[in-house]
Design a protein around this ligand. Structure first.
Ligand code: SF4
Ligand code: SF4
Length: 98
């Protein structure tokens, strides 16, 4: 049995559209991970999480003043349900960063 390829793993935390762009979460994300980015060109200066880089530590969640960071697993949005596809759509902008 071959072990799953580590590179296929993604995190489960995502930021919804109600982000106010305060930047608090960015400072919580561990330095070597650095999965949170201000969305380039977003009019509201919102942030997003790159799922492929998130390690699911959850440090960013309690720092958000508007509770817009979510754990997909707690919301029933998991792989196989179609929820992950939805999250990846929401966070697609994070991967387009420069
Ligand atoms: S859960 Fe951890 S690794 Fe993922 S975005 Fe938040 S602080 Fe970064
Ligand atoms: S802490 Fe919340 S409101 Fe502030 S930038 Fe991060 S996700 Fe947006």
């Amino acid at each position: 049995m071959v072990a799953p390829i580590a590179a296929m793993r993604t995190g489960h935390f995502y930021i919804d559209e109600t982000c106010i762009g305060c930047g608090a979460c960015e400072h919580a994300c561990p330095g070597k991970v650095d999965a949170i980015y201000r969305v380039e060109g977003d009019f509201l200066g919102r942030f997003a999480i790159v799922l492929e880089e998130c390690i699911d530590c959850g440090f960013c969640v309690p720092l958000c003043p508007v509770d817009c960071i979510h754990d997909a697993r707690k919301e029933g949005l998991v792989e196989g349900s179609g929820g992950y596809t939805r999250i990846k759509e929401l966070q697609a902008w994070a991967r387009s960063r420069n």
